[in-house]
Ligand binder design. Sequence first.
Ligand code: UT7
Length: 329
Amino acid sequence: MKTNNNIGIIGTGSYLPKKIMTNYDLEKIVDTSDEWIYTRTGIKERRIAEGESTSDLAFKAGLKAIESAGIDRDEIDMIIVATMSPDQPTPATACLVQKKLGCRQIPSFDISAACSGFIYGLSMAYAYISSGLCKKILLIGAEKMSSIIDWEDRSTCVLFGDGAGAVVVGEVDNEGILGFSLGSDGSGAEKLIVPSGGSVLPITKERLEKRENYIKMNGSDIFKFAVKKLPEIANNILKELDMRTEELDYMIPHQANIRIIDSANKKLKLGKEKILVNLNKYGNMSAASIPVALDESIDSKKIKKNDTILLIGFGGGLTWGTSVLKSSI
Ligand code: UT7
């Protein structure tokens, strides 16, 4: 979908918990090695939140985004939190962020689209603003993945990390967001799942003993899906926007595995220097990975105003989403 409303990102922020867990630390917990983790994924270390919940991480990233936008928190008309590791199934983590921010009693809700959550949220923020229902929206991707991973399962616990990234979406003085493309395929739902804790398998003692309240992932199937989907959806949105790959200044893919990113790059022929990666430092932060990379790249002045950026998310659902935007800051 092509957009034409001068709506874009007017502020960014991120927050990473202080505690660093290296691959060497993981060697002491499960049967793994720094060599296996780094060569198979590109991850060296990740952050782990201790004494902080997802809404704490979200609040801290959100506050920085509001400060970066140079607005008063009462100018925010809506809070959207994309997360697969909410404080609780209910209330929404976004409501807890509203309370922590102490802003007006605005609509606040979570969206569940796993690692594509930030792109889904960006499209919603865009739609609310372009319809005139809101002027400024705080969108946060926040995850405390350490609370939903099985620390006895080496095939998943080495992959994920905690963190939060946020943006304020509003009217901008350049083109801003140029377009979106989103999709899902529920036939792959079981490939990344927390089996117990919902209406199908409510938590029981037996299910806790079977550790069904933690993430189960068919890594190799998701790997194949991502390697195929990433270049496909990137090419699709560029075609829809009538753009060439060379017109992109940067791509921020979801940070799940460096081999997925490298393979996409090979097909897209974008050039390594145009792909922004923070996976080595933070692991897979699901909905937080893209906004954290965006904030750090804007903060370090790597991304400059009017740079053209392709954002790509993919993950559980299965879901995927892309957006192309001109940086407005
Ligand atoms: O966020 C979006 C959703 N997630 C993803 O996009 C993740 C996509 N998948 C992946 O990134 C990769 O599939 C993984 C990193 C999860 C796994 O890499 P892989 O190259 O597909 O490895 P594998 O699952 O095929 O396992 C290869 C071997 C197995 O041993 P055998 O059966 O060959 O003897 C595993 O048991 O590696 C073993 N293994 C490990 N060894 C050491 C699995 N995890 C580990 C580990 N340390 N942590």
